[in-house]
Write a protein that binds this ligand. Structure first.
Ligand code: BG6
Ligand code: MG
Length: 220
């Protein structure tokens, strides 16, 4: 029986996925490393350090540890400058109503983002109070695609993983949800997220009714 719904943040509740991409692109450009929107696909849902590793791998480059850390800080500064413009208007259409509906249905709501900026982002979006638990990416041992953050979120809500559903826009995130023993709703196309158990083009198109019926179908 479904008791909780665990959301990813970037690309699921708001369009920060685009701001992460723009910040990485600006960083790569200023350091002269080849990078583009296509290469960015592999970075979705991946934490900051591993993202930079993938960028350097893509560019066939290596940098020493000190420069690596400086680049991480530089990217985060660019990203946070973009975040400064965020407000509740940046919440994807329909998400506010979905969260209200889930709560009214007696379901718990969790956040499992790989982002160390997640708490600031949900505050800027005006939805920080909607979550029963916000898992801390800095407090888990292994990043997505490992299950840690989804397990920590279920635990924080006082639920077993099999009582939760996860919602993700990234392959690494769908893998993390499955590794945690949960069913996964994919935001995006079937081609982009072949492993997700159900797909919707946008989070705002989900309803409490279709989440509940999907859950019953998956359990049957
Ligand atoms: C994920 C995003 O949610 O968080 C990634 O999909 C991002 O693009 C990652 O790199 C880490 O975010 P942050 O804010 O800690 O750099
Ligand atoms: Mg995401």
């Amino acid at each position: 029986r479904l008791k909780g719904v665990i959301f990813d943040l970037d690309g699921v509740l708001t369009d920060t996925a685009e701001d992460h991409y723009q910040a990485w692109q600006a960083l790569a450009d200023s350091h002269g490393f080849a990078f583009d929107r296509q290469a960015n696909h592999r970075l979705k849902g991946v934490d900051r350090r591993n993202s930079l590793r993938l960028i350097l791998e893509h560019a066939g480059a290596e940098v020493e540890a000190e420069r690596f850390d400086a680049m991480l800080a530089e990217k985060n500064d660019i990203y946070r400058e973009r975040l400064a413009a965020y407000s509740p208007a940046n919440l994807f259409a329909g998400v506010g109503a979905l969260l209200d509906g889930l709560r009214a249905a007696g379901l718990k709501i969790g956040l499992a983002s790989a982002s160390r900026n997640a708490l600031d982002v949900v505050r800027l979006l005006g939805i920080a109070d909607q979550f029963d638990f916000i898992a801390d990416a800095g407090a888990v041992a292994n990043a997505k695609p490992a299950p840690d953050i989804f397990l920590a979120c279920a635990h924080g809500m006082g639920l077993r993983p099999d009582q939760c559903i996860g919602i993700e826009d990234a392959e690494a995130g769908v893998s993390a949800i499955h590794a945690a023993g949960m069913v996964a709703i994919g935001i995006g196309s079937e081609e982009a997220l072949p492993d997700a158990d159900m797909h919707v083009p946008a989070t705002g198109q989900l309803t409490v009714a279709n989440i509940l019926s999907f859950e019953r179908g998956a359990a049957a």
